[in-house]
Design a protein around this ligand. Structure first.
Ligand SMILES: [Zn+2]
Ligand SMILES: [Zn+2]
Length: 472
């Protein structure tokens, strides 16, 4: 909000040059302890408050609500307030956010002037100040340098970061050289207060007053209360969009996609996508998703007012989506019982295996892996007799088609019963030996470090069904 102080201006563009100088108020002595580092007490609480911002985002809307009690709402004023709300909203979403903070498209001078004027009408600071904070938010998302980090609480990310004084030493730095070269941005920043008074208060009051004689209504409803709603809607992008919804592209940070957030923010609610692809002029990529800001930019392009619209290739977007799906899948896989990993099983000699089976242990060897089926005999869908016939034998052929070509589910279930590996048992022991000798074996592991067992590639599955005469 405090984008127009002259001290800041002087630090930004000292002599009309456009060199990049980090924006920092010269009023602040960085060596002194900042008020935000001190605990809040009854004696100093008012020093913690940023009163300028508090006036614009808390006190002014409250005055509007109180005054509304005495001023009836005229129908035309209501319609104009909504109309003006949408334009000022676009000033923020299409102007401040997608054009200046992210340079996701280019705008002609008339469009820039329109967006800067409407943006001022939303009372959210100058385009330059807003974009700088927002670039820091993207660069340092969820860290202490994120100006409105949701990790500090939902209310903090929504309003608290503006109402409370912030330590300038903690502010994440960003490059705004391009904005210093934009005459519309520089002009709006320098004349910010005049722009706000004109666009936020004078214009709506004059339109309603001259138009249908509703001076007070224009000031209260199309002015103060409209500002309040527009501010709250934008603040939802910092709070709600980092708290409510899905994370289809990446779940390592807080941004989320939700239709509701999109609804109240002219389409800025697909925030997980936006943080992954910030310079895309779209927030919603599907045609049926609600993103009127994107539709407006496309319309301006049609009329020649906007150009160079940036868009990520569908291939890149899909890669992100697939990786996130894979991650979720791996998590799910990690929660399942796939049987003891082969490398953790003891190696058993054939004779020992036969001996143990003779001594009453219900052991069955399939493809070099020994399984203890004691608890399963009574549940075997093919009957007790058949499963018992495999005990103490090499049942690879029986299991893989000799008697019955077992299902994928049966191979999965069998793996949960494995207790050992036969010495010289087909591929299994060769694989185990290579493990010990540190040979390079490329078994696919997922991101949780678990071996991926695909349907049909279980260790007990023999690729060519065996039709052996002795087995039958
Ligand atoms: Zn965000
Ligand atoms: Zn953004």
């Amino acid at each position: 909000m405090s984008g127009s102080s002259s001290a800041v201006d002087a630090a930004v563009i000292p002599d009309g040059t456009t060199d990049y100088i980090p924006m920092r108020s010269t009023k602040q002595d960085l060596k002194k302890t900042h008020i935000s580092e001190l605990p809040m007490t009854w004696g100093n609480w008012y020093k913690h408050i940023n009163w300028l911002n508090t006036f614009f985002v808390v006190i002014m809307p409250m005055l509007g609500f109180i005054a509304a009690y005495w001023v009836p709402l005229h129908r035309y004023t209501a319609l104009f307030a909504i109309f003006y709300y949408v334009h000022c909203g676009l000033g923020i979403t299409a102007g401040y956010h997608r054009l200046w903070a992210h340079t996701s498209y280019k705008a002609t001078l008339p469009l820039k002037i329109y967006l800067a004027a409407c943006g001022a009408g939303a009372v959210q600071g100058s385009a330059r100040w807003w974009s700088m904070k927002h670039r820091a938010h993207h660069r340092y998302t969820d860290t202490v340098k994120d100006p409105y980090s949701v990790r500090k609480g939902l209310l903090y990310s929504h309003l608290g970061w503006m109402v409370m004084k912030q330590d300038p030493k903690r502010a994440g730095r960003t490059d705004v050289t391009d904005l210093n070269e934009d005459p519309v941005v520089v002009w709006q920043h320098r004349h910010y207060l005049k722009c706000v008074i004109t666009m936020a208060v004078l214009v709506p009051t004059l339109v309603c007053g001259l138009g249908w004689g509703d001076w007070y209504g224009g000031y209260i409803y199309a002015g103060l209360l409209r500002i309040c709603f527009i501010q709250q809607a934008t603040f939802c992008v910092n709070s709600l969009a980092h708290w409510l919804g899905d994370q289809p592209f990446d779940d390592r940070n807080s941004p989320r996609d939700h239709f509701f957030t999109a609804l109240v923010t002219l389409g800025e609610g697909y925030h997980n996508f936006h943080h992954e692809f910030p310079s895309d002029y779209r927030n919603a990529i599907e045609w049926y998703q609600y993103d009127p800001t994107k539709w407006s930019i496309a319309l301006w392009k049609f009329f020649g007012l906007a150009y160079d619209l940036k868009q990520f290739r569908a291939n890149e977007i899909e890669k992100g989506r697939v990786q996130q799906m894979q991650k979720k899948l791996d998590k799910k896989r990690a929660g399942l019982d796939w049987g003891t990993p082969l490398e953790q099983l003891p190696v058993v000699n054939w004779d020992d295996y036969v001996e143990q089976a003779k001594n009453g242990k219900a052991l069955i060897a399939v493809a070099g892996v020994i399984h203890d089926v004691t608890d399963f005999i009574k549940d075997h869908p093919g009957g007790k007799a058949l499963i018992k016939s495999g005990i103490g034998k090499d049942a690879t052929a029986i299991f893989n088609g000799g008697v019955y070509n077992h299902s994928n589910a049966a191979h999965n279930l069998l793996s949960t019963m494995r207790v050992g590996v036969l010495r010289g048992g087909c591929e299994v022991e060769i694989w185990k030996r290579a493990q010990f000798e540190n040979k390079d074996i490329t078994y696919m592991n997922d991101s949780e470090g678990q071996r991926i067992v695909r349907a049909g590639s279980q260790v007990t599955k023999v690729s060519q069904p065996i039709a052996s005469a002795d087995a039958a």
